[in-house]
Design a protein around this ligand. Structure first.
Ligand SMILES: C[S@@+](CC[C@H](N)C(=O)[O-])C[C@H]1O[C@@H](n2cnc3c(N)ncnc32)[C@H](O)[C@@H]1O
Length: 280
């Protein structure tokens, strides 16, 4: 049998990998994920010309292990996302949050700042961008900027390109689609690309939610941090909520995923609906 396929992930090696992932990203990998991880790692072992998980563990603990830990976290984490995921949040944005901020920001000549803090491959920040762009058609002097961050360089690379299969955007109204996307031709047939005007409004950066300082402008008016805290334990969730709250403008909004909550986390946010919280 091929040595790569024969490689076995021992309990000890698995525990080490789980600990390294936790130290780096605070993602808690359950004990039931051992076969999944072994499967996903076999391909990585082959790419690195390694024949055992022990060699792989040694690589992770070596001087250039930090870069490999990023690969490991990438193999484990779920990057699933889509345009207009949990659509109530975008409805609330255009019907309540944007109208509330706009008059104040126009009067102060200040830009609107929105941050997608676990942006994955870009569908969430681009949905934010096109929602704001459509709203701002009635307010041409409104300036705005979207920050989009994620721990994974791999997904950020896809996000920056802004190219998606046509099916990913098919349920959008045709005018909206035409306004914000270009259809691919030739070898790009069957794909769409977010138009440059919209891409230019979104700044992508690698940010680990647990790094000491965020390289994102303070006083954000809205922060989306959706479907990532679900992978963290309670103390880590509390850390993230605390750090993100400090990055919000007074009266700013924190939006979390439908399957997430702030139970057991001390905070000073006023709960509204559908996982939307406001700095009180
Ligand atoms: C399931 S996706 C959620 C995408 C989007 N927010 C949504 O709701 O559709 C979770 C993302 O969180 C990122 N992530 C995991 N741990 C992270 C951390 N410690 N800091 C920043 N991003 C992290 C993953 O790389 C992944 O892209």
């Amino acid at each position: 049998m091929d040595a790569f396929f024969a490689a076995n992930l021992s309990q000890g090696a698995y525990r080490l990998l789980v600990d390294l992932v936790y130290q780096h990203s605070r993602i808690r990998v359950g004990s039931d994920k051992q076969p999944m991880l072994a499967n996903r790692l076999r391909r990585r072992l082959r790419e690195l010309h390694l024949t055992s998980f022990d060699e792989y563990c040694a690589r992770l603990q070596s001087a250039d292990g930090a870069e490999e830990i990023e690969h490991l976290v990438d193999l484990i984490s779920t990057n699933h996302t889509r345009f207009f995921r949990e659509p109530e949040h975008f409805t609330a944005l255009s019907e309540r949050i944007l109208p509330e901020w706009t008059s104040r920001l126009l009067a102060d000549r200040s830009p609107l700042r929105i941050w997608s803090a676990a942006a994955s491959s870009g569908e969430e920040p681009y949905t934010l961008a096109l929602t704001v762009a459509d709203f701002a058609r009635a307010f041409p002097t409104l300036d705005w900027q979207i920050e989009a961050t994620d721990i994974s360089q791999r997904v950020l690379q896809r996000a920056r390109a802004g190219i998606y299969p046509l099916e990913a955007v098919e349920s959008m109204p045709p005018e909206q689609l035409k306004r914000h996307f270009q259809r691919g031709v030739g070898t790009r047939e069957g794909t769409v690309r977010v138009k440059a005007e919209l891409r230019d409004r979104v700044r992508f950066q690698r940010v680990n939610l647990f790094q000491p300082e965020y390289p994102v402008p303070p006083e954000q008016h809205v922060i989306f941090c959706r479907n990532v805290m679900i992978y963290f334990d309670l103390p880590s969730r509390a850390t993230v909520v605390h750090k993100l709250s400090r990055h919000l403008a007074p009266g700013g909004y924190l939006v979390i995923g439908h399957s997430e909550n702030l139970l057991g986390i001390p905070h000073r946010l006023e709960p509204l609906r559908h996982g939307i919280y406001r700095v009180s």
